[in-house]
Design a protein around this ligand. Structure first.
Ligand SMILES: [Zn+2]
Length: 267
C-alpha cells in the first residue's frame, strides 16, 4: 500500500513538473516574442553633435569655417532623419555659440557637457559631425572617415560604432567622396580607432583618444566622429564644402546611413 501511494505521488510529482516546465517554456516563448516586438518598435534617440563652436574653433582654411559647416550638416541631417519613423533627433547645439560654459581656455567642459546632454536625453548614439584639415596642407589627404570606439572595455560598443560607421561611410562615398586613408592611423578602410597614450578604462585597458568617445563609452553608449571631407583638399572643398546644397548632400548621406543601420522606414 505504501509503495503504491509512493508511486502515485511520484507520478503526480513528475506530471506537475512536466506541466510547469511546459508552462515556463510557453511563457519564455511569449516573453521572447514580446521582447522582439518591443525591439522592433523601440524608438531610437539620435544625438547629433555639430563639432566646435565660436569659442572652440575647428579648422578654417580659405573661405571654409568648420564650426559653421558642421552646424549646417547637422541641421540637414536632422531634417532628413525626421522623415523616418521611430527616431527622435536632438542636437548638442542649435546656434553658433558654445552652450556649455564657453570656456576659451579649455574644451574639456564643453565636450563633457555635450556627452552629458546626450545621456540626459537617453541617447542610443552620439554622432559628432566634423570636417578635417591637414596641418601640413598635404593635398593627398582627402575624403571621408569615421572614428569609432576602440574594442577595449566595452567591445559591444566598438561593434555598434563600426557597423554604423560603415553604413554612413557607404553613403558619403556615394556622393563622390573618397575613403580617407588617414595618415595618423592608416588602414585603408576609413573606419579607424585611436587609443589614448596614457588614459585607461576601469579595467586598465587603453582609453579612446577622443574625449567624446571615451566619456560616452564610460556612460554606456556609442559615440562616433564623422569626418566628412578635407577643407585643405581643393576638390573636397570646392565640390563638397562650399554651398548649402553641398552641406545638405552630406547631411542627407549621414541620415540615410543612420536610417539604414537602424532599419528605419520612411513615414
Ligand atoms: Zn573638427
Amino acid at each position: 500500500m505504501k509503495t503504491s501511494i509512493k508511486r502515485i505521488v511520484t507520478i503526480a510529482l513528475c506530471f506537475s513538473i512536466a506541466l510547469s516546465l511546459f508552462a515556463s517554456s510557453t511563457l519564455s516563448v511569449d516573453a521572447k516574442a514580446k521582447k522582439k516586438a518591443a525591439k522592433a518598435t523601440k524608438n531610437i534617440v539620435v544625438v547629433l553633435d555639430a563639432g566646435h563652436d565660436t569659442t572652440h574653433l575647428g579648422c578654417h582654411y580659405q573661405n571654409f569655417e568648420e564650426g559653421i559647416a558642421n552646424l549646417y550638416i547637422a541641421y540637414y541631417c536632422k531634417q532628413e532623419l525626421e522623415k523616418y519613423n521611430g527616431v527622435t533627433v536632438y542636437m548638442t547645439r542649435y546656434g553658433f555659440d558654445c552652450p556649455y560654459g564657453a570656456n576659451p581656455d579649455s574644451s574639456g567642459d564643453c565636450l563633457t557637457g555635450r556627452v552629458n546632454y546626450a545621456k540626459s536625453v537617453n541617447a542610443d548614439v552620439l554622432i559628432s559631425l566634423h570636417n578635417d584639415y591637414d596641418p601640413d596642407l598635404d593635398k593627398s589627404q582627402n575624403g571621408s572617415k569615421v572614428i569609432i570606439p576602440n574594442p577595449n572595455y566595452r567591445p559591444d560598443i566598438c561593434v555598434k560604432g563600426s557597423d554604423l560607421g560603415n553604413s554612413i561611410l557607404a553613403q558619403l562615398t556615394a556622393t563622390g567622396l573618397n575613403v580617407n586613408n588617414w595618415k595618423l592611423c592608416p588602414n585603408g578602410t576609413g573606419i579607424v580607432t585611436r587609443d589614448s597614450e596614457s588614459g585607461t578604462y576601469p579595467d586598465g585597458s587603453a582609453k579612446d583618444y577622443y574625449a567624446l568617445i571615451n566619456k560616452a563609452k564610460t556612460l554606456g553608449f556609442p559615440c562616433i566622429i564623422v569626418e566628412h571631407a578635407f577643407c585643405t583638399n581643393e576638390s573636397d572643398r570646392i565640390n563638397h564644402l562650399s554651398t548649402p546644397e553641398q552641406y545638405q548632400q552630406l547631411g542627407v548621406a549621414d541620415a540615410t546611413g543612420i536610417a539604414k543601420y537602424y532599419g528605419l522606414s520612411l513615414k
